[in-house]
Design a protein around this ligand. Structure first.
Ligand SMILES: [Zn+2]
Length: 72
C-alpha cells in the first residue's frame, strides 16, 4: 500500500514538473519570436511588430504617437 502512495506522489510530481517545464519553454519561445518594446507615452509593453515606430521610439497606437509628438 505504501508503494502505491509513493508511486502516486511520484506521478503527481512528474506531471507538475512537466507542465512547469512546458510553460517555461513556451514563454521563452514567445520572447524569442518577438522583441518586446514599450510605448513612450503610456508605458504599455507590446511586440515590435504590433508597435508603431517613429524616430527610434515605439507607440501602442497612432493616437499615442501623435500626442507624444505634440508634447515635444
Ligand atoms: Zn501607449
Amino acid at each position: 500500500m505504501r508503494i502505491l502512495i509513493l508511486l502516486a506522489i511520484g506521478l503527481l510530481l512528474y506531471i507538475i514538473f512537466r507542465n512547469l517545464y512546458r510553460q517555461i519553454k513556451n514563454e521563452r519561445q514567445i520572447e524569442q519570436a518577438s522583441k518586446m518594446v514599450r510605448c513612450e507615452l503610456c508605458g504599455l509593453h507590446l511586440s515590435e511588430e504590433e508597435a508603431i515606430q517613429k524616430n527610434h521610439h515605439y507607440f501602442c497606437t497612432i493616437e499615442h504617437l501623435e500626442s507624444y509628438l505634440q508634447q515635444k
